[in-house]
Structure formats: C-alpha cells, structure tokens
Design a protein around this ligand. Structure first.
Ligand code: ADP
Length: 623
C-alpha cells in the first residue's frame, strides 16, 4: 500500500515538473518573439530609408547603435499620434551623410543607447533553462518510474531492499513442500557459519516454478522475513531495455547492491523475460537480452558461495529458460509451487480469512471444495471480494451469501482465462488419470504409482499421474514395456469405457505411446513379424522424427517400411486391448475410486492400492 502511495506521489511530482518546464518554455518563447518581432514597424533596407528621407516623408527617427527606428509623416491635417511602435526600422550602416540629411529635411532625431542587450540575455537564459527542464522531464518519462535509460548507475530494483519484511511462512499456505525446501535457505541465511564450518554448499539460486498467483513472490518474501534479512526484488522484464548494455549494467548494480547488504535475498520475478534461451532468433532486443543474461550468469558465478546472497527467481515457463541458467551453481534447484489442492485451498482461505471479519455461518471447507483450479491469489481475491460485498451492504461481517457471490464473480474472471474446468471436464480428467494409474498398478510395469491428481498443473496438463520406479533399473523387459504402453493408453481407454467417447486430452499420451511402440519394433526387436533386427540403428533420428534409416534412401524397401508401420499399430492395439482388459472388469471399483478422487482431488499411491484391493474384494464377494 505504502509503496503504491509512494509511486503515486512520485508520479504527481514528475507531472508537475513537466508543467513547469512547459510553461517556462512558452513564456520565454512569447517574450522573445515579442522582442524580436517587427511589431507594427516595417524593416526597411537602408537604401529605401534614404529614399524616403529624400522624398521628405520621414518625420522623426531614433538612432540607436545598431538600428534606426522612425516614423513617417502622417497625411496633412492628421495630428501625429504618439504611437508606441515605430513605423519602420533599419539596420544602421556607417553613413556620415545621415545627420546633415536629417537636419536638411527637418527630421527630428535623437540618439538612444541600445537597451536590448540585457532583456534579450535574460530571455535567452529563460529559454535555455526551460529547454533544459523540458528535456530532463522528457528523459524521465522515457525511463519510466525511478531511474532508467540514462541512470546507468542505478538499478531499478530497490537495491535498498526491504529491511523489515513482515511476511512469514505462516502467511503462505497450501505449499508445504515448497516451504520445506526453502526452510534450508532460511537456515543458511540465519546461521551461515554453521554451514561454512561443514563446508556445505548452499544453492546460490533457487527457481520457483509455478503458474501465476500461486504465491511465489510471497514465498520468497517469507524466506527473507523468516531469516530476518533484506528482500531485494526486481522483475526480469525491467532488465530488458531498449539500449544494449543497460540491462547488463543494471544486473551489475543489483548484485553490487545486494553484496553490500548481505546476507539478503534477491528475488527476480519473471525470470523468463530475460532468461529465455538464446539463439531463438526473435526480432528486436535480442542482443540486449543476451548481454543481460550473460551478465546475470557472470554475477551468479562470480559471487562466492558463502557470501550470503541467495537469488530466488520465479517463472511459470521453465521450459523456455536458457539451459545455462539451470547449471550447477546457478539456479540448480527448482521448487514447484503448484496450484493448491482442496486442503491447500482451505489453508489459504484460512490465512486470508484472518484479515476480514466473517459471519459464523461461513463454511470455508465448502468454499475450498467449490473452487478447484483456483490459485492462492484467486482465493485471496475471493475473500476480499466477499468483504467488499459485505461492506457495500453496510454489514459488519461477510456472510455465506457474500462468499458464494464472490466465488461466482471470481469464477467468471477465471473462466475467461480458461483455468477452471467444468464439472464434466473434471470427471473426464478423473477417469482419464485413473485409467493410467489403475492399469499401471494392475499390470505392474516398472514403476509404481505415487500420486494421482486432478489439480491442473501449470503447464498444460489438466491432471497427472506420477510414477516412480521401485529401484534403479538398467534394463526393461518386453512385458514391462507392454505394461507401460497399456498404462499410457489407459487414460484414453478409461474415457471411452466410462464416458462413452474420447477427447483431445489424450494426444500427448498417444504420441508418447507411439514413440515407445516404434522403439520396441525398430530398436529393441520386440515384434515377431519384423524380428530381431535393428532398423533404428541407435537413436539416430532422421527427418520427420523417423529413424534415419526409414527416412533416408536406404535398402529398406517400401514393403518393410509398411510392415514396420503395421507392426507399430499392432503393438499399440494390443496395448489398448490389455488396458481394456484391466479396466473393463473393474468398472465399479474405478467408479468408486473416481468419486473419492473427485472429492479429494488427489490420491497417493498406497491409498490408491488400498482402495483398489478393497473395491475388488467387495466386488468379488457380491454375487
Ligand atoms: P506469484 O508470485 O506466484 O504470481 P504472488 O506471490 O504474487 O503470486 O501472490 C499474489 C497474492 O496472492 C499474495 O500476495 C497473497 O495474498 C495471495 N497468495 C498467493 N498464494 C498464496 C498462498 N499459497 N498462501 C496465501 N496467500 C497466497
């Protein structure tokens, strides 16, 4: 809040400075124009002036050092009015004849010291001043808030840092795993000596990966708060400037500033804005970004491990980051900050409910149940929205109805961003994931299921099944590969069994399965029709993802290529059949597990196995 106020003040001040500059300019210009403007008088050539003089039309002149101003005689009968401006003006030339001529023609004349010097000087000075002010103001505008284009020496990050961060781990909920991982960083910052004594290497950089609004910034702040160290934050996009070299200078400043305040946390939001992999030719500021990125790498390598500066960075697109950033000694640790599941959402709602007054009828648990797919920021927004509704009504506390309305409002916004699944979609995702998991469990592939979840993951997946090998494996048998294939296709098969049709959700499963099946046929010699021959020759892959031999002009006849394709299709068909063979007879079991999964949003491996056994025995007992 105070930060926003500060920004607003700055903005106001900047704007008024702009006005002052503009007004000064206009004033000076007007004055100068008035001074130099010929006014009512005409500028005559000296010869013209002499001609008029000879004609006897000149009434009076004022002779200055450089100019002569004068008035003509008026028509006879008209009294010459005392006019403020002269009729004409000439630039004086050395002319010894002038005075005698004037006398001869009876022209009144007087001399005058030029008085233009001082005012002109003053006005010129004002103009220059105005121009300077205006120029400065324009530059500041170009730079955006605080510092910028020309402020090479100033990093835009508040290098001063936030000294007393009040955020604690308690303020961040639903991301327990991430907190556990970051606890280590806190301990290091608190007591670096302990780690140094053992010679332990603490990560210099930790990458927080997760969709927007899941609390990455909040977590980073909480680390600083818990450790009681300054928090210096900057956004990756702020580094990337239009001038090559500025971003790099800024990175240098940032780390210099951080060093001075160590131990401290440097937080770089939107790391992807500057850490995008190099070489992907894009228009524009590529070079600038590369330089900035290089500087960041240099700084991260440069500072000694134990100097107490820890860089936390956030991104929601880790896949586009330059690989160099993820090497050891840089952001070699990644912490997943994902959207919360139901219990996580409840915890987050509780955190934010502390800040508002809620009526006793409010049931946060049911709100947590109604908000699958919401991130922490959405939930914070929801609670705030409910409080606003209550305040607008003039009530002293937000009621259940306020919260229900807030859920709807927030959901409308989220749906536009297509983050929240419809109930039908959730059901489909649940069956799809269970299809993978149950087939894998029953057929006993090389890995066991550790978690099934229908909380959408940031990166495209709407749900996921995690598996882990039980032990380090160096070889896989044909049976295991076939089980793995069946499990890959299990999602699709489950959709067709339980929902009657297929969806687009299985596309990546299919491509993975096809790849695996192809490897079985052309590399591992696991298809009886093609037999024990390696057509893939290692992993070399030619055009269109085909094994080099198939795409290149080789002795492989068209007939063999067709046979390979047919074999791949047949391996996949068999896998699909065996998935069907697993899921078909377990229809009731899968349905009852799906109900639990939909309610709980995730199941871990042991839970899934227990439920499977349980449901199967019940089924066997019932007639
Ligand atoms: P990110 O950096 O991941 O985009 P932020 O940390 O900026 O998200 O989150 C924005 C706001 O949403 C936070 O200030 C906080 O109020 C709320 N919020 C997000 N995640 C959580 C969480 N896990 N626990 C509590 N509040 C959260």
């Amino acid at each position: 809040m105070s930060e926003a106020d500060g920004k607003r003040d700055e903005e106001r001040e900047r704007r008024s400075r702009g006005w002052i500059a503009a007004i000064t300019m206009v004033l000076a210009t007007v004055l100068l124009l008035a001074e130099f403007a010929p006014g009512a008088s005409r500028v005559l050539k000296y010869s013209e002036f002499r001609a008029r003089l000879r004609e006897g039309r000149v009434a009076s002149v004022i002779i200055g050092e450089r100019t002569i101003r004068g008035s003509f005689k008026t028509a006879p009968g008209v009294t010459p009015a005392r006019r403020p401006t002269a009729d004409f003006e000439v630039v004086r030339v050395p002319d010894p004849q002038l005075v005698p001529q004037l006398e001869e023609r009876g022209v009144t004349f007087e001399g005058m010291a030029e008085n233009r010097g001082l005012p002109t000087l003053l006005m010129t000075l004002t103009l220059v001043l105005g121009a300077l002010l205006l120029g400065r103001w324009v530059l500041q505008r170009m730079q955006g808030p605080a510092g910028g284009v020309l402020a090479f020496g100033k990093s835009r990050g508040r290098v001063a840092g936030e000294k007393d961060v009040t955020v604690r781990f308690d303020d961040v909920a639903g991301v327990d795993e991430a907190k556990r991982e970051l606890q280590e960083v806190v301990e290091f910052l608190k007591d670096a000596e302990r780690f140094k004594r053992v010679g332990a290497r603490i990560p210099r950089g930790v990458l927080l990966v997760g969709p927007p609004g899941t609390g990455k910034t909040l977590l980073a702040k909480a680390v600083a708060g818990e450790a009681g160290v300054p928090f210096i934050s900057l956004s990756g996009s702020e580094f990337v400037e239009m001038f090559v070299g500025v971003g790099a200078a800024r990175v240098r400043d940032l780390f210099e500033g951080a060093q001075a305040q160590a131990p401290c946390i440097v937080f770089i939001d939107e790391l992807d804005a500057l850490g995008r992999s190099r070489g992907g030719a894009m228009l524009g500021s590529n070079e600038e970004r590369e330089q900035t990125l290089n500087q960041l790498l240099v700084e991260m390598d440069g500072f000694a491990t134990n100097n107490g500066v820890i860089v936390l960075a956030a991104t929601n697109r880790p896949e586009i980051l330059d690989a160099a950033l993820l090497r050891p000694g840089r952001f070699d640790r990644q912490v997943l900050v994902d959207r919360p599941d139901r219990s996580g959402r409840l915890a987050i709602l509780r955190v934010h409910a502390r800040k508002v007054s809620l009526a006793p009828d409010v049931d946060l648990e049911s709100i947590a149940a109604d908000t699958p797919g919401y991130a922490g920021a959405d939930l914070a927004n929801l609670v705030n929205e409910a409080a606003l509704l209550a305040a607008r009504r003039g009530a002293s506390a937000a009621t259940k109805a306020d919260l229900a309305e807030a859920v709807e409002r927030v959901a409308a916004g989220l749906e536009r961003r297509s983050r929240v699944l419809t109930p039908d979609e959730r059901r489909r995702v649940a069956f799809h994931e269970l299809g993978h998991a149950v087939v894998a469990e029953v057929l006993g592939g090389p890995s066991r299921v550790t978690k099934v979840s229908i909380v959408p993951r940031g990166f495209g997946a709407l749900g996921y099944t995690m598996k882990r090998p039980e032990e380090d494996r160096h070889l896989l048998t044909e049976g295991e590969l076939r089980a793995q294939l069946a499990s890959l296709l299990g999602g699709r098969v489950a959709e067709s069994i339980f929902l009657g049709d297929l969806s687009t959700g299985a596309a990546s499963d299919l491509s993975q399965a096809t790849e695996l099946a192809r490897a079985m046929v052309v590399e591992y010699g696991m298809s009886p029709r093609i037999g024990a021959v390696s057509l893939g020759r290692g992993r070399s892959v030619g055009e269109y993802g085909l094994p080099a031999e198939l795409s290149g002009p080789r002795e492989l006849g068209v007939g063999l290529a067709d046979a390979v394709d047919a074999e791949i299709a047949s391996v996949l068909r068999q896998a699909e059949e065996s998935a069907r063979g697993v899921l078909g007879p377990r229809k009731h079991a899968v349905e009852s597990i799906a109900t639990t999964l939909l309610a709980r949003e995730h199941l871990d491996g042991p839970e899934l196995r227990a439920m499977l056994v349980d449901a199967m025995t019940r089924e066997a007992e019932s007639p």
